[in-house]
Write a protein that binds this ligand. Structure first.
Ligand SMILES: Cc1cc2nc3c(=O)[nH]c(=O)nc-3n(C[C@H](O)[C@H](O)[C@H](O)COP(=O)(O)OP(=O)(O)OC[C@H]3O[C@@H](n4cnc5c(N)ncnc54)[C@H](O)[C@@H]3O)c2cc1C
Length: 148
């Protein structure tokens, strides 16, 4: 029998970020993945998380506001806009990036990218650096290279 503090189901960005966070907090973690490769959709995504009001924007002299991010998301999501999800995301995305970066865990390159749809409510320039590029990882890593 395996004893652990936290069981994470799925090894994509969401699961592994939660796993890393739990480990940083000193907890034992077990990540369960149903396929023989880890990474999920995340492994073949563009790898540029969209994070409004992030600290890198401030470092390069760009300002961003919660309201501008909401405006952009309303324009892009339309009827799929969900207040609770958006507010939770805006509360947590920037602190998450800082949390990982402070521990050198985000493998982020210092190359910010612009919003995908600049014409939809972010044409004021604030959307120029909300996305972050992430350094590539080994694509062929299998679950036997399990994360400890
Ligand atoms: C081509 C492409 C490009 C993209 N580019 C970007 C981008 O540039 N920026 C961006 O922010 N987003 C991008 N996305 C979207 C992004 O990839 C996803 O939103 C993100 O990867 C979702 O992460 P996740 O951890 O929720 O899910 P996933 O990465 O899919 O991880 C879920 C994992 O859970 C596993 N799983 C599911 N059910 C079970 C179970 N019952 N037991 C065990 N394991 C289970 C799956 O096998 C999988 O490994 C892109 C998507 C695609 C397809």
């Amino acid at each position: 029998m395996i004893e652990t503090d936290i069981v994470i189901v799925g090894s994509g960005a969401a699961g592994l970020t939660a796993a890393i966070t739990a480990r940083v907090l000193g907890l034992e973690v077990l990540v369960i993945e149903k396929t023989d490769l880890f990474g999920g959709t995340t492994a073949y995504s563009g790898g540029a998380p969209w994070i409004p009001c992030n600290h890198v924007m401030r470092q390069i002299g760009l300002t961003d506001t919660r309201q501008a991010a909401q405006t952009y998301l309303r324009a892009v999501l339309g009827e799929h806009y969900n207040d609770d999800l958006v507010e939770t995301y805006l509360d947590n995305a920037a602190p998450m990036l800082k949390f990982l970066e402070m521990r050198r865990l985000d493998a982020a390159r210092r190359r910010p990218c612009h919003d995908l749809r600049l014409h939809r409510g972010a044409a004021d320039g604030q959307g120029r650096a909300r996305r972050r590029t992430i350094a590539p990882a080994r694509g062929r890593a299998r679950m036997r290279d399990s994360i400890h």
